[in-house]
Design a protein around this ligand. Structure first.
Ligand code: GLC
Length: 746
């Protein structure tokens, strides 16, 4: 008997050791004690070293400064983190240098794992079009697992910047124009990256960026001034950051932009009053690349030294690549310009994360080549990428139900500059791999069609071509086919950071190519492949079918083929308005009425509109078609008068009246008709994505409560006010099918 008990005890002991290795369990108090004990041993220089972050020279994601002493600096304890180091082997090698420092404080390794690490998922704006939080979380989860297996501790994602301006290249990196949808997505992405919580071997720290209002850049010009009212800041730009914080985002990153005269990096209102004050944020804030030093160019700091003083005082804890902290902070403390308490607070925030990540238990715990080999690019991860990619595709047009295509088609012509492109499917921010294999559209079609279907190919033109010399060959190819699939759009590096464009029409002569192919009289399916909304009015008017396929990542071609041939019924909805013209920008769905609303567009009779084009966008927020049709009926409200403490239960019936099974995103919008400040003509307040078989029906329920009806009143208090509300339910912001009204009473 005794032997048995001994055996069981030994097994239990082993199990505990394994578990400890997997997820070191430290309570917050225990970590605080360890941090305080370590802080007490640190010299001022060692403390400042923790606030300093350099990039590896292998991969620069910003303007590089010459700095050949990085590895010696690590051994001297002058770095707290490195970015752009990747791989189990390389991170171990660099971490070994940190273990030679006096206090052996491990480094944090960060990288822009924006939409996938080894397997590339659709760009974030594409994923937002899925309106599927589970899919979006899965995408971030796979990215987190792969990154953690590759020695990384931290991703600089999710980017949660709202924007209403597709001229701004970083529109591809966010979740579009609406704070409600973008907040849900921010939370899903943070949970995906951080998985079961910091300390798990497959979890990485998330980083909500760029705090704040970077997407409000005037003119859509990257890094440009953001000058918005406090109301717009709180109503539109802050909600996704609060959602990221509520989801447990381990870190925040500030922005390059100034906000209302003060650079975000040196903005106490943002980082101290709101983030660390009102929101009581306990993580740390990393600057954006060189943004501390850039306060000199902003004309806000006289020199790097003053920039360091302003940034640390405003709540910027870690200095990415500006060298302002490492070069000036000790002197600022000696001159009593920066109290040591500020340094200690920043250092503690950073050390806390290192303890939570288990790096003091084992600095190499993420740098395991065996695990890296097993996790990266696994069939499961690629399958997940294909699923998310399918859900991200938006059907913009489908005249005469041309789609889905029959699998018995004899000849398909695949034409256009992106038809055979692999690299353009990866998007701007993906991690580049020499041996990566991104499935092109053409390969996806080859994988899909049977042996009786012939695929023909012609490039027609390049993306930015001005030459039409290859049109004739493309037309001749089209003439041989039963249907033409036209792949047009942008190269992967045309939308992203520092990629703002004043002209967001289809680049080059691509729309002329569409015209030439359309003139053949063949049925034409156009695939618009881009990171941003593009303008393509002639194509929109004349193509038979259009799919917005964005940049869909590693499994792009397979996912598109699944949709083209009906193996997946597209259900994507636009997370951002597509303009008719750059002249309309910013154009968005939740606009204000004005005193002269232009109900019928064209701005005639002294109405607020343009005299040369319609006010409305080409494609509206929330728009997307399906191969089947849905009907919305039976709107019911369980009351039409309520107080702020009541809940209003709303229901309606969704029916699949078509011939295909499919999903619909039923969207609930509200309009507060009269208030102490003007309110948008509609605001998204809820949605349900529902799968129905052909002929099936389902009741959809929404609950409206005090939080739903609250807003920032005239004094900027988050409150409700009595009044009448319009309730609208539809399948797009511009396609409302059910309407009602209710009254909020005191
Ligand atoms: C870049 C980007 C930021 C990124 C950082 C590190 O300039 O603005 O989003 O995380 O530098 O690459």
């Amino acid at each position: 008997m005794q032997k048995r008990i001994l055996t069981i005890l030994c097994l239990l002991l082993i199990a505990c050791c394994v578990l400890a290795q997997q997820t070191p369990q430290h309570t917050a108090d225990a970590i605080d004690r360890k941090v305080d004990a370590l802080l007490a041993k640190m010299t001022l220089d060692e403390k400042i070293g923790q606030l300093n972050q350099y990039t590896s020279d292998r991969l620069a994601t910003g303007p590089l400064t010459e700095n050949s002493s990085k590895f010696q600096d690590i051994k001297d304890g002058k770095l707290g983190s490195m970015l752009n180091v990747k791989g189990a082997k390389e991170t171990r090698m660099v971490q070994e240098l940190a273990m030679q420092s006096r206090l052996k404080i491990p480094l944090l390794f960060g990288l822009d794992v924006i939409h996938g690490y080894r397997v590339t998922f659709p760009v974030p704006l594409a994923e937002a079009a899925s309106w599927d939080m589970q899919a979006i979380q899965t995408s971030a989860r796979v990215a987190g697992k792969e990154a953690a297996a590759a020695g990384l501790h931290w991703t600089f994602a999710p980017m949660v910047d709202i924007t209403r301006d597709p001229r701004w290249g970083r529109v591809m990196e966010g979740a579009g124009e609406d704070p409600y949808l973008a907040s849900l997505i921010a939370g899903a992405r943070v949970k995906g990256f951080q998985g079961n919580g910091l300390g798990s071997l497959d979890a990485i720290m998330a980083c909500a960026k760029h705090f704040a209002a970077y997407g409000a850049a005037i003119g859509g010009r990257d890094y440009n001034t953001a000058d918005i009212s406090d109301r717009t800041l709180w109503e539109t730009y802050l909600p996704p950051f609060k959602a990221a914080l509520d989801a447990g985002a381990a870190t925040f990153m500030n922005g390059f932009n100034e906000l209302n005269g003060i650079p975000a990096t040196g903005n106490s209102y943002l980082q101290k009053d709101i983030l660390k004050g009102k929101w009581n944020y306990k993580g740390f804030v990393v600057s954006d690349w060189g943004s501390i030093g850039e306060m000199v160019q902003h004309g806000y700091a006289r020199n790097s030294k003053q920039a360091a003083e302003l940034a640390i005082t405003a709540g910027s804890d870690m200095d990415m690549e500006s060298h302002a902290y490492i070069n000036n902070m000790a002197q600022l403390v000696k001159e009593n310009k920066v109290p040591i308490a500020l340094i200690d607070d920043a250092v503690k925030r950073i050390l806390q994360k290192k303890f939570e990540m288990g790096l003091f238990d084992d600095p190499y715990r993420f740098s395991n080549e065996e695990r890296e080999k097993k996790e990266l690019n696994s069939p499961e991860n690629r399958a997940a990428a294909r699923e998310v990619a399918k859900k991200s595709i938006v059907l913009l047009k489908n005249d005469k139900q041309l789609l889905p295509l029959s699998k018995n088609l004899k000849t398909i012509a695949v034409i256009g500059p992106l038809a055979k492109s692999n690299i353009d499917m990866m998007g701007f921010w993906s991690v580049k791999w020499d041996d990566d294999h991104l499935v092109s559209l053409y390969e996806g079609l080859e994988n899909k069609v049977g042996k009786n279907t012939r695929l023909l190919y012609a490039q027609g033109c390049d993306v930015t071509d001005t030459s039409k010399s290859n049109f004739a060959q493309a037309v001749a190819t089209a003439m041989q086919a039963d249907v033409v699939i036209l792949a047009i759009g942008e190269h992967y590096d045309m939308t992203g950071e520092a990629k703002s464009r004043a002209n967001i029409h289809l680049p080059g002569v691509q729309e002329d190519l569409v015209k030439a192919i359309k003139a053949t009289g063949k049925p034409v399916v156009v695939l618009t492949m881009s990171g941003r909304p593009m303008i393509f009015n002639w194509t929109a008017d004349n193509a038979d079918a259009i799919l917005q396929t964005w940049w869909l990542g590693s499994e792009a071609g397979n996912a598109i083929a699944d949709v083209l041939f009906g193996d997946y019924n597209p259900a994507g909805k636009l997370p951002i308005s597509f303009p008719r013209s750059e002249g309309q920008i910013p154009v968005y769905y939740n606009y204000k009425s004005t005193g002269r609303p232009s109900a019928n567009d064209m701005g005639i009779n002294y109405r607020s509109g343009y005299n040369d084009i319609q006010n409305s966008p080409r494609y509206a927020f929330g728009y997307g078609l399906s191969y089947t049709q849905f009907a919305l009926t039976d709107l019911k409200l369980d009351r039409t008068t309520l107080t702020a403490n009541d809940k209003l239960n709303v229901s309606c019936t969704l029916k699949n009246t078509g011939n295909y099974a499919g999903e619909e995103v039923v969207q609930l919008y509200l309009r507060d008709e009269f208030a102490s400040v003007t309110r948008p003509v509609k605001e998204l307040k809820g949605f349900e994505k529902i799968y129905l078989k052909a002929g099936e029906s389902k009741t959809i329920n929404f609950v409206i409560d005090k939080e739903t009806l609250s807003f920032y009143d005239q004094k900027m208090n988050w409150a409700t006010e009595p009044g009448t509300f319009q309730l609208m339910i539809g399948n797009s912001s511009d396609h409302i099918l059910l309407k009602s009204k209710f009254e909020l009473v005191k």
